[in-house]
Design a protein around this ligand. Structure first.
Ligand code: PXP
Length: 251
């Protein structure tokens, strides 16, 4: 495991599809966004096929599998339907996320500890098919331990609570959330898990997380797609990269 190595940036293109779907039709095209992201330095593309297909569609996943030259990180809920799709495509990585139909975004991490048996059986065929399985969890020791026990190779720590506290000016809470993330990144790394992080990260919040030496990948979407309106997608990604690399170098 390349500790202190290059930190990878996975660009999540879901919300390019959100804008497209607001009108129907073909524009803006998530595949074009994926191509631009690759050229701008994304190390991977992340896409979440939700049960209700509110952003990314099945056809988008087909297209991404055809056009990408960087790995696809396929985010999905632990359902039979999604498992079938993942087994058909065999993406480089699969990230298991909780999904509630009524939520606006993935609100919390997966309750691995409560569903250990089911999840262990659920991820086994995905691993056997060659996809690297990641589990999206809150920074809680019992979830990290459970993810390890079910045979996941990777955990992705949910940075949403840290980002929300930061955005709302709850500085002390943001600091405490960051500390929890730091501790759990180190704990998970100690167990031999690869550590990723993401959700809600922006130019303002990325540096402290990028500085954790155990974190090997950040997955960032909504902010980058929003910033693309003002800066363009490639410059937004390049700026994120610059901030990540800068934070990494200082430590
Ligand atoms: N990582 C995971 C597992 C996610 O579910 C999401 C949101 O789909 C992200 C990262 C990216 O979050 P955001 O779009 O807020 O940057």
């Amino acid at each position: 495991m390349a500790e202190n190595g290059k930190l990878r940036l996975g660009v999540n293109i879901d919300h390019v599809a959100t804008v497209r779907n607001a009108r129907g039709g073909a524009y803006p095209d998530p595949l074009r966004a994926a191509r631009i992201a690759q050229e701008a330095g994304a190390d991977g593309i992340t896409a979440h096929l939700r049960e209700d297909r509110r952003h990314i569609s099945d056809a988008d996943i087909d297209g991404l599998m055809d056009v990408l030259t960087v790995p696809l990180n396929f985010e999905m809920a632990a359902t039979d339907e999604m498992q079938k799709i993942a087994l058909r495509h065999k993406p480089h990585a699969v990230c298991i996320v909780p999904e509630k139909r009524e939520e606006r975004t993935t609100e919390g991490g997966l309750e691995v500890a409560r569903e250990e048996n089911r999840l262990a059986h659920f991820i086994a065929p995905l691993r056997d098919a060659g996809s690297r399985v990641s589990i999206f969890i809150a920074a809680e020791q019992r979830q990290v331990e459970a993810a390890h026990r079910i045979g996941a190779e990777v955990i992705e720590l949910h940075t949403g609570a840290y980002c929300d506290a930061h955005a709302e000016g709850r500085t002390q809470e943001a600091g405490a959330e960051l500390e929890r993330l730091r501790e759990m990144a180190a704990f998970a790394h100690g167990l031999g898990l690869e550590v990723h992080a993401g959700h809600g990260l922006s130019f303002d919040t990325v540096a402290p997380v990028a500085a954790f030496p155990e974190v090997q990948e950040l997955n960032i979407g909504h902010f980058l797609v929003g910033e693309a309106i003002f800066l363009g997608l490639a410059p937004a990604i390049q700026e994120m990269r610059r901030l990540m690399d800068g934070a990494r170098k200082q430590h």
